[in-house]
Design a binder for this molecule. Structure first.
Ligand SMILES: Cc1cc2nc3c(=O)[nH]c(=O)nc-3n(C[C@H](O)[C@H](O)[C@H](O)COP(=O)(O)O)c2cc1C
Length: 387
């Protein structure tokens, strides 16, 4: 196959503020639930490092708690102290040394904090989890309303909690920058703290932080403003939203468009469009048909109506499909999560598929020089068999 003269959009570098992504392929945050005391270990280094070896343009480190009580599970990463930041430094170095932009999602679990790891049930902690060493704590939330029966009743955040949590987001963002992360994402999705302020299903406050849409947006926007103010002008800020709750009376796509306008005014660059999660039925929306690209229409609408950049994510596995989303203006960036767990070399395989890397130059050098010979050998063999 001749090498194409123009690059597919998927492999066209993309500049956001001062950061140039080598391609449009994003590994979105995926919690691994295997940190101890919020601190990364060798698993995280290999786990994230392999996506860099595999050619991803930008890799997001998983949802990382800005405070101990903000971790989604006992096994989640944290960034409330310098030891935790230092443990992520090798991950950052590994990503950068292979040309991948290092990024991190910072968040607070709100009333879903301190839950079970998914493989132990994804519910509230039970006695078996405690016997395994997990600790319980009282979660914080906009209102003292449990996610569902059997879940802990959170503490309604008072003004001190709000200020402390906002400051914790800022401190975590600064720590992330201090060890070399180049992109920050705020977790405003999946029923966690900031989403739970937005949604009328979880925010029943009667003060300035609850009630109308504008009031429910107040705390998430205050956090956004404070974090943006702490970032250098050249650092991109992403926000992951749940574009809709998918439940009657919940957060809607129209609300998301209104939020995106506000986020844009506060210096957010990219809206990463996920959905759901404000229920005990799992981290993301249970009501959407899980077809390829099922959340891309959210990214498209926000892109069209706000002129913000967007990331589309959700069952995108096929390189031609990913390219079509970009060509049709469906999103600016393509998030590929589970497919990267299945195939950490997805990006390099996609480059191969498009015929833009015949000499394996995009592969890590120690692999490339062998793979080129290997490939020539295979092709020579195939030619003999055809003759
Ligand atoms: C193991 C796993 C962990 C996840 N953890 C997070 C997370 O930390 N933060 C987040 O916003 N989304 C998280 N997600 C959602 C993914 O980022 C992604 O949006 C979702 O898997 C849909 O994309 P996919 O169909 O390409 O997998 C997680 C998904 C998986 C599979």
């Amino acid at each position: 196959m001749p090498t194409p003269t123009t690059l597919p959009l998927l492999f066209t570098p993309f500049k956001i503020r001062d950061i140039t992504l080598p391609n449009r392929i994003v590994v979105p945050p995926m919690a691994q639930y295997c940190a101890i005391d919020g601190t990364a270990n060798e698993f995280h280094l290999v786990h994230y490092g392999k996506f860099a070896l595999g050619g991803a343009g930008i890799v997001f480190v998983e949802a990382t708690g800005v405070a101990p009580e903000g971790r989604i599970t006992n096994g989640c990463l944290g960034l409330w102290n310098d030891v935790q930041a230092g443990a992520l430094e090798p991950v950052v170095r590994m990503l950068k040394s292979h040309g991948t932009v290092p990024a991190i999602q910072i968040g607070h679990g709100g009333r879903k904090s301190g839950m079970q790891r998914p493989w132990h049930g994804n519910g509230p902690l039970n006695e078996q989890d405690i016997a395994r060493g997990d600790k319980r704590w009282t979660p914080l939330a906009p209102s003292a309303v449990a996610l569902a029966d059997g879940w802990p009743v959170p503490k309604e955040m008072d003004s001190t909690d709000l200020a402390r949590t906002r400051d914790a987001f800022v401190a975590a963002a600064k720590r992330a920058l201090s060890v070399g992360f180049e992109v920050i994402e705020l977790h405003m999705a999946h029923g966690y703290l900031l989403h739970s302020f937005l949604s009328p299903l979880s925010n029943f406050r009667t003060d300035a932080y609850g009630g109308s849409l504008q009031e429910r947006m107040r705390f998430p926007l205050e956090v956004t403003e404070a974090v943006r103010a702490a970032l250098p002008a050249g650092t991109p800020l992403f926000v992951r939203i749940s574009a809709e709750d998918g439940i009657d009376g919940g957060w809607t796509m129209d609300d998301s468009v209104a939020l995106a306008h506000e986020l844009r005014e506060r210096g957010v660059d990219v809206i990463d469009c996920s959905s759901g999660g404000n229920t005990p039925r799992g981290a993301t929306n249970a009501n959407l048909q899980r077809a390829p690209g099922y959340q891309v229409p959210f990214a498209t609408r926000i892109r069209n109506e706000t002129r913000l950049m967007t990331e589309g994510v959700g069952l995108i596995r096929d390189p031609d499909f990913a390219e079509r989303i970009l060509q049709e203006g469906g999103a600016d960036l393509i998030g590929i999560a589970r497919q990267f767990l299945f195939d950490p070399f997805w990006a390099l395989h996609a480059a191969h598929h498009f015929g833009i890397d015949p000499d394996f130059n995009r592969w890590p050098q120690p692999y490339a020089w062998w793979l080129e010979k290997w490939d020539k050998g295979i092709k020579a063999r195939e030619a003999i068999e055809r003759a």
